[in-house]
Design a protein around this ligand. Structure first.
Ligand code: SAM
Length: 276
C-alpha cells in the first residue's frame, strides 16, 4: 500500500494521529528531502528507513515504489510540508499507481493554500488554486488574464522576494481588488494582512515580506455594473492607470467594461503617456 501523508506546514503539532501511526508502521518513507523528513521522524521518535523522492528522481522512484508495493510492502510518501502533490512531488506517483491499479491512498492534513484561503476572509465557496505564478512578468500577466473573469477567489503561492512584483502585476491585470497575504501560517510569527491590492503593495513596499506566504485575491465582481453610457472614458482609463495598469492594460480593461472597442477607447486617450 502507498500512503501519501500530509505533514505540518510549520507547526509540528499539525500532524494527524493517523499519519503518525502509518509512519510508524510502514516499511519505508519516501521523502522530498530526507534530512527534513528525518527531523520530523526524530521529533516523533519514529525509526524507519527513509529514501528520497523529489522532482528530479520522481520518474525512477515511481517505478521502484510501485514494485515494492506490488511485493506487499507499505510505503509512506511525505513532502517537505503539507500535502504531497500540491506544488510538491506526489502527483506523478498517484497517476502511475492509478494506471497500474496499485493501492494508493491519501492521509489528509495541513495545506497552506486552504489555510490561507480560510484565513483571508474572502469567499471560500468557490476558489481557484494557481500554485506558483510564472517568474517572468509577461507570462505572469498572461496567467492572470486567463483567470481575470473567474468568479472565484484566486489563491497563489509566492516567494517573498517576488511578492511586490506579483502584487503589482495583479493590480494591473485584475484591478485594485480586495486581497490578503497570509505569512508564516501556523508558526510563531503568523500574520495575515487584508485590504485592497494597492494597500498591500504600500505595506510590503515599506516592510519587506519575509517567510512563506499565500496570496488570496477576490474573484471577479458578480455585480460589476457595465459602465454607464455617459461614463467619462478618459477618466476611467486614468483611474486604471492610477491603480498601476499600463496604458495598454487600462484601455483593454475600460473597453471590456464599457463595451467600446479598444480602438474607440484608444482614440480618446491618444495624448496620455504609456505609464503614469
Ligand atoms: N505541499 C504544500 C502544501 O500543501 O501547502 C505546498 C508546498 S509549496 C513547494 C511551498 C509554498 O507553500 C511556499 O512557497 C508558500 O507559498 C506556501 N507555504 C508553505 N508553508 C506555508 C506557511 N506556513 N505559511 C504560508 N505559506 C506557506
Amino acid at each position: 500500500m502507498i500512503y501519501l501523508c500530509a505533514t505540518p506546514i510549520g507547526n509540528l503539532e499539525d500532524i494527524t494521529l493517523r499519519v503518525l501511526r502509518i509512519l510508524k508502521e510502514v516499511d519505508l518513507v519516501a521523502a522530498e528531502d530526507t534530512r527534513q523528513a528525518k527531523k520530523l521522524l526524530t521529533h516523533y521518535d519514529i525509526r524507519v528507513p527513509v529514501i528520497s523522492l523529489h522532482q528530479h528522481n520522481e520518474a525512477q522512484r515511481t517505478e521502484e515504489i510501485l514494485a515494492w508495493a506490488a511485493e506487499g510492502k507499505d510505503v509512506a510518501v511525505v513532502s517537505d510540508a503539507g500535502m504531497p502533490g500540491i506544488s510538491d512531488p506526489g502527483g506523478r506517483l498517484t497517476r502511475a499507481a492509478a494506471a497500474a491499479g496499485a493501492d494508493i491512498t491519501v492521509l489528509p492534513g495541513a495545506n497552506a493554500a486552504l489555510t490561507g484561503l480560510v484565513l483571508s476572509g474572502l469567499p471560500c465557496e468557490t476558489f481557484y488554486f494557481g500554485g506558483f505564478l510564472p517568474r517572468r512578468s509577461s507570462e505572469r500577466k498572461k496567467a492572470l488574464e486567463a483567470v481575470r473573469s473567474l468568479q472565484a477567489s484566486l489563491v497563489y503561492y509566492e516567494a517573498p522576494h517576488r511578492l511586490l512584483k506579483t502584487l503589482t502585476d495583479m493590480t494591473a491585470v485584475l484591478g485594485d481588488r480586495q486581497a490578503a497575504v497570509a505569512r508564516e501560517l501556523t508558526k510563531w510569527y503568523e500574520e495575515t494582512l487584508r485590504g485592497p491590492l494597492t494597500g498591500l503593495l504600500d505595506h510590503f513596499g515599506q516592510t519587506p515580506p519575509r517567510g512563506e506566504l499565500v496570496i488570496v485575491v477576490e474573484g471577479a465582481d458578480l455585480s460589476e455594473e457595465p459602465m454607464a453610457a455617459n461614463t467619462d472614458i478618459r477618466r476611467a482609463v486614468l483611474d486604471e492607470m492610477d491603480a498601476g495598469a499600463s496604458k495598454k492594460e487600462a484601455i483593454k480593461n475600460v473597453a471590456r467594461r464599457s463595451g467600446l472597442s479598444k480602438n474607440e477607447v484608444y482614440q480618446r486617450v491618444l495624448d496620455l503617456p504609456t505609464q503614469l
